[in-house]
Each structure stands twice: as structure tokens, then as C-alpha cells.
Ligand binder design. Structure first.
Ligand code: ATP
Ligand code: MG
Length: 650
């Protein structure tokens, strides 16, 4: 294995940090020794209309029941807006940066209050009641946030569907939760291209209605003023309706366990599940992790580049930051428009202090070349974050050195749609960093590694990652299918939440996510995480991204098949293949020697940017007729190229 780089906490990171190492160790110990006591205290970080007396009532056995702060009464929108108005009514809540670099605006907490109340009143007057499901299919514009908060304010349950999804995907999600109110825009704008959101919605509603759903209203935000179809009576203009509505709306009294939202998982592994999150515990956990993981101080400008269609957007663009009275930046565009310098231009323009993005973006920008980064000063940056996939050490170092000028700690945050918030992560002022490791558990989180039979593994080892006890942000059920919830997460290992991820724990107790357990390959009896081989490939100068899968191999059981995307300007050749094989052998060992290498101009990704190894496995097996559910694929053309150039043609 190549050497592990350790970056010790610098005194500059420690200075003013909310949590130092001593505090981390003490709080962590307290949090697992007496979770009741720990969360009783920290549950008070949000405002309650009626304080809770019960803190934790959870069981991972039998029917599985998870309740936090259950007799408390609160409202999420109240916590994200109203309670800040006295102190920071005129402070910016949202900085919006449009797709076009000349397009931006700032929304104060006072303005946020009015926008949300007006919309809440529109929904109420159009018959949306507490518990009703509202589908939000929007571009990254402030109205998407208003819509989420307006639902929370009146107790409606939102289901945000990423604006890049097809009419089919949208229809399936409308139907699954029987949502009868949809909020969308005429068109979205990303990278200079228009996305026909209203047209997609029209198609989706027709499909959903064929399957038995009934959509009463579609509320349409005018974003581009492009031409759209209109269904009289059903369709309503957002600007007309909100102009008529009253600017105040009393927040609904919500029990801690009343549903807040449903979010369908991205589908890297199969049919999307309606992950259900509730009110109190979720907000406590999202806001607490946002504050401590990003070391958020009053006045910091914080930017998470995710889309609100993903859980990262829910917890770390909207709910966590706004509950903390933060300034949160919302970006409509993409990293490479107008060019690959856009992120850093935005950082300079708005003096961003905390920047949180995904490995897929980091690798793509690394591939585009350093000059796009150095063109911007980035001097405001203090903390960098990563989420969504394992970050290869090579990409980590590039992010640290080139983007952060070695000044900013990187928080590599491991978590899932299901977990509601970050579970394993460094804390900037407390944790020594190792490139590629998500490091240590957050307060109250108890990770455990087990083998295939459920035997608990101790010390430095590799295994399947489970969490042994509940935390407040945990999902409560699969919407409408509690049995699937139990089956998916609690049936593999009795009494434990199984994450589906493989993981290594090193001698310092640091956790290294090695990818999904389904993706582990077994070569001549040696089990290997795909992340390890991918990182070895990416550490070669000419490689910008790699995806590794197993395929049936007569001798070894499984062979190693590598899809490799080269840096801009590099070309694939037989010689380069040999060089890459030698490189992996020297980085990991002969056991990891690639059997097949295919140069790929692009990799199949979910719309949230994750590599879909399920599809790559099928192509490697020369079984591309059975690709399965490809509805969440971002760019189907990529797959055609891969099939065309597959290395295992029979
Ligand atoms: P689906 O569950 O529908 O197949 P998904 O798992 O990609 O899709 P998410 O909940 O968005 O949907 O992603 C969670 C997964 O992403 C984790 O289980 C893990 O595999 C991966 N992941 C997230 N953050 C990290 C990280 N910091 N390091 C390594 N892997 C990560
Ligand atoms: Mg998952």
C-alpha cells in the first residue's frame, strides 16, 4: 500500500474552533455512555413549543421502532426562520448564485419569512393539509427552499425530486407517496441549457394519473418565461398566487415524530426507496452536525454545492444551516460553466468560508488542470468538505494542496440518505486528517464492523459497517412499507443497522469506507474493496477517474476489470495499459493486478454523480442486455460507448 499521509491539526485550525480534541473525546464518551443524558441536553439546541420529557425510545429489534423527543412539540420552519428574526432579521439567509455568472441575489431572514408564509398560505387555501404529500420538482432557485419550508410550516410532507429526473421517475415518485400537489418551474437552467420541468411534470402527472394517482394542482414558478402548456384549473402561477396571499402564517404545532419529508434514494443499487424522516430528531441532528462538522461561526459564508434534490441539499443547504441562522449559498449552475473555474470564481465573489462538494466534482476539476483553480484567490476559504463517495487519496491531496493551499482542513463526511446527517467525519479543530479516511464517529454514533456471519470484529480490521444504536437523525421507515425498512436495514445482522457499506478500521481507530459491500471483489480468495484499486489507478499522473468491478474469471474466481478516464489531453494506448497494471501492482500488490483495462471517455453516473458499478459489472460480464433499472442514469449515451468498446466480447 502506498504511504498514508497524516495531516496533523494545525494551530490555526484549533484557534477558535468550536470543538478541540479533548472536547471531542469527552463528549463522545459521554454520548455513548449515556445517550439519554447527552441528547436531553443537545435536543435543546432547537426551540420547542412544548418541551420533551422523553428523549430516546428506540429499538432495532423485532418491528424496529425509532422515536426521539417523542412528546415534544415544535415546528421546523419556525426554527429555521422565526426564532432568528429578532437578532438577525436583516442578515442574509440565502445567497443565490444563478447559472449565469451575472445573476445573483441575497435573501434576508425577514424576506425568507415573508416568502415562506405567503406560499404556506397559498397551499393552505388550495386545500393542502397537515400530513399531505407535496412533490417539489424544481431548479436550484430560492423558491425550492421556500417550498420546503412552507411545507414544514403547515405540516405537509415534502418529497423533493431532483430536477434532472425524467417524467417516468417523477411519476413513480408522485404515485408512490400519492402526492396531489406539485410545485415546479416553467424551465430550469443549468450550464446554459434549459430543462423542460413543466413539460416533464405534465407528462409525469399524466403517467401517475394513469396509475391511479390524482394531482389537484401544479404550482409553477416562472424562471425562464419559456413557452409551456397549461391545464386550466389545475395549473397555477406561483407569482400570481403568492401576490394575493397574506404575508403571515402561523406555524403548525408538530409532534417530534410527525413526518417532515420523504426522499427517494438516488438508486445506485436498485429501485428507489422512500426514505422517511421526521421532525424533531432530524432537525436537532442536522443542525448540530452542521455547526460542529463545519465549525460554523456566526457570519461565516457557507456553500454546499449539492442539489436540494439530494439529502445533502436537505440537511446541509436548507435545514441544518438555516436552523443555525447561517448564511447559506445556493448555486443554480454546474462546476464547468462557463468554464472549470466557476466554483472558485463564486468562492471569491461571495467570500465563501466553508465549501462542501463531492468527489465526482473534485476529480473532474482535477482532470481539467490546476490553472482553473489558481486563477481565483480563494483567500476566504477556511474549511473544505467532501461527501457522496470515497474520496481517493490522490484527489484528496489535490483538493488540500491546490484548492486549499494547505491552509484548510478537509472534512470527509460519511453518511447516507437514511442517516439524515453526517455519521463519520473529522472535526476541523480536533481531528488529525488522513487523506481518504472519514476518520471518527460523530457524537452518539456507534460504528461496528462485522464479518459475513455477523461476528463482531475488533481492532484494526475490515468488515461490514453497522451502527449499533440509534441517533436522532436516523430515518424512521420506508414510506408506506415498514416491512421493507426492517428487511433492508435490520435483517442482515440482528439488532443492528446495516449500512450496506464495507469499511476498514486502522490502528488509530480511523474508519475508511471501502465502497458498497455488493461491490467487493474476491480475487483468488482475497477480498478487495473497489475503492482501493480505484485509488491506486487515480494516483497515476495520467488518470483522472477510475471505476473497478469484478467479472467471472475461470482461474481466479473473479477478475479485476478497470474503466479508466484519462486527464484532459491524454490518450489511451496498449503501452499505457501496461504502465497502469504495473502501477497498481506496485501500489497495492500483485494480487490487485488488473486483468482488463478499458479507457472510457465517461463513466455511467447517477444524477447525483455517483458511479453506477451495477451497470459497469454487467458490461464487464458481457451481459449488457440486462442492465436493469437505468432510470436514474445521468447520461445514457455514456453506456453505449462503454458497451461498444467492452473488453470481454464473447
Ligand atoms: P441507493 O441507496 O439508492 O443505492 P446511494 O447509496 O448512492 O443510493 P446516498 O444515500 O446518497 O444514496 O449515498 C450514501 C452512500 O454514499 C453511502 O452508503 C456510501 O456508499 C457513499 N458515501 C457517502 N459519503 C461517503 C464518504 N464520505 N466516503 C465514502 N463513501 C461515501
Ligand atoms: Mg444507499
Amino acid at each position: 500500500m502506498s504511504e498514508v499521509h497524516v495531516h496533523r491539526v494545525k494551530s490555526a485550525w484549533k484557534k477558535n474552533a468550536l470543538i478541540d480534541d479533548e472536547t471531542y473525546l469527552k463528549w463522545y464518551k459521554d454520548s455513548v455512555k449515556d445517550p439519554e443524558k447527552f441528547w436531553k441536553k443537545h435536543g435543546k439546541r432547537i426551540d420547542w413549543f412544548k418541551p420533551y420529557t422523553k428523549v430516546k425510545n428506540t429499538s432495532f429489534n423485532g418491528k424496529v421502532s425509532i422515536k426521539w423527543f417523542e412528546d415534544g412539540v415544535t415546528n421546523v420552519a419556525y426554527n429555521c426562520i422565526d426564532r432568528h428574526l429578532k437578532k438577525r432579521g436583516n442578515q442574509t439567509a440565502i445567497i443565490w448564485e444563478g447559472d449565469n455568472p451575472y445573476d445573483d441575489k441575497k435573501i434576508t431572514y425577514n424576506e425568507l419569512y415573508e416568502h415562506v408564509c405567503r406560499l404556506a398560505n397559498v397551499m393552505k387555501s388550495r386545500g393542502v393539509k397537515k400530513g399531505d404529500r407535496v412533490t417539489i420538482y424544481m431548479p436550484m432557485i430560492p423558491e425550492a427552499t421556500y417550498a420546503m419550508l412552507a411545507c414544514a410550516r403547515i405540516g405537509a410532507v415534502h418529497s423533493v425530486v431532483f430536477g434532472g429526473f425524467s417524467p417516468d421517475s417523477l411519476a413513480g415518485r408522485i404515485e408512490d407517496c400519492q402526492s396531489d400537489f406539485v410545485i415546479t418551474a416553467d424551465e430550469g437552467l443549468r450550464g446554459g441549457k434549459k430543462i423542460p420541468l413543466k413539460e416533464n411534470t405534465d407528462k409525469a402527472v399524466a403517467l401517475a394519473e394513469k396509475a391511479g394517482a390524482k394531482v389537484r394542482h401544479v404550482l409553477v414558478v416562472q424562471r425562464t418565461a419559456g413557452k409551456i402548456g397549461w391545464s386550466e384549473g389545475r395549473d397555477l402561477w406561483y407569482h400570481e398566487e403568492t401576490a394575493k396571499a397574506k404575508p403571515d402564517c402561523k406555524p403548525e404545532k408538530m409532534k417530534a415524530e410527525d413526518p417532515l419529508f420523504i426522499l427517494y434514494t438516488s438508486g445506485s443499487t436498485g429501485k428507489p426507496k422512500g426514505v422517511l424522516h421526521t421532525t424533531g430528531g432530524y432537525l436537532v441532528y442536522a443542525s448540530m452536525t452542521h455547526e460542529y462538522v463545519f465549525d460554523y461561526h456566526d457570519g461565516d459564508v457557507y456553500w454546499c454545492t449539492a442539489d436540494v434534490g439530494w439529502v445533502t441539499g436537505h440537511s446541509y443547504i436548507v435545514y441544518g444551516p438555516l436552523a443555525n441562522g447561517a448564511i447559506t449559498l445556493m448555486f443554480e449552475g454546474v462546476p464547468n460553466y462557463p468554464d472549470a473555474s466557476r466554483f472558485w470564481q463564486v468562492v471569491d465573489k461571495h467570500n465563501v468560508n466553508i465549501f462542501y462538494t463531492a468527489p465526482t466534482a473534485i476529480r473532474a476539476l482535477m482532470g481539467a488542470g490546476d490553472e482553473f483553480v489558481s486563477r481565483a484567490s480563494r483567500k476566504s476559504l477556511r474549511i473544505l468538505g467532501s461527501v457522496g463517495e470515497p474520496i481517493n487519496p490522490e484527489a484528496w491531496e489535490w483538493y488540500y494542496k491546490v484548492v486549499g493551499d494547505k491552509k484548510s482542513p478537509i472534512v470527509d463526511t460519511w453518511w447516507q440518505t437514511e442517516t439524515g446527517g453526517i455519521l463519520i467525519t473529522p472535526l476541523p479543530g480536533a481531528t488529525d486528517l488522513k487523506a481518504g479516511s472519514a476518520t471518527r464517529p460523530f457524537f452518539g454514533v456507534q460504528p461496528q464492523l462485522v464479518d459475513g456471519e455477523g461476528q463482531v470484529l475488533e481492532g484494526a480490521t475490515s468488515g461490514n459497517l453497522c451502527i449499533t444504536d440509534s441517533w436522532p437523525g436516523q430515518m424512521r421507515s420506508v414510506y408506506g412499507d415498514h416491512e421493507r425498512f426492517i428487511q433492508t436495514y435490520f435483517s442482515s445482522y440482528k439488532g443492528k443497522y446495516f449500512t450496506g457499506d464495507g469499511c476498514r478500521r486502522d490502528e488509530d481507530g480511523y474508519y475508511w469506507i471501502t465502497g458498497r459491500v455488493d461491490d467487493v471483489i474476491n480475487v483468488s480468495g482475497h477480498r478487495m474493496g473497489t475503492a482501493e484499486v480505484e485509488s491506486a489507478l487515480v494516483s497515476h499522473d495520467k488518470v483522472s477517474e477510475a471505476a473497478v468491478v469484478g467479472y467471472p474469471h475461470d482461474v481466479k474466481g473473479q477478475g479485476i476489470y478497470c474503466y479508466v478516464t484519462l486527464m484532459a489531453g491524454e490518450e489511451g494506448s496498449e503501452d499505457l495499459k501496461k504502465e497502469l497494471v504495473a502501477h497498481v501492482r506496485s501500489e497495492i500488490g500483485p494480487i490487485a493486478s488488473p486483468d482488463k483495462i478499458q479507457f472510457a471517455p465517461g463513466l455511467p453516473k447517477t444524477r447525483s454523480g455517483k458511479i453506477m458499478r451495477r451497470i459497469l459489472r454487467k458490461i464487464a460480464e458481457d451481459d449488457y442486455g440486462a442492465l436493469g433499472d437505468t432510470s436514474t442514469l445521468a447520461d445514457p449515451a455514456v453506456v453505449e460507448d462503454l458497451v461498444e468498446n467492452r473488453q470481454n466480447k464473447k
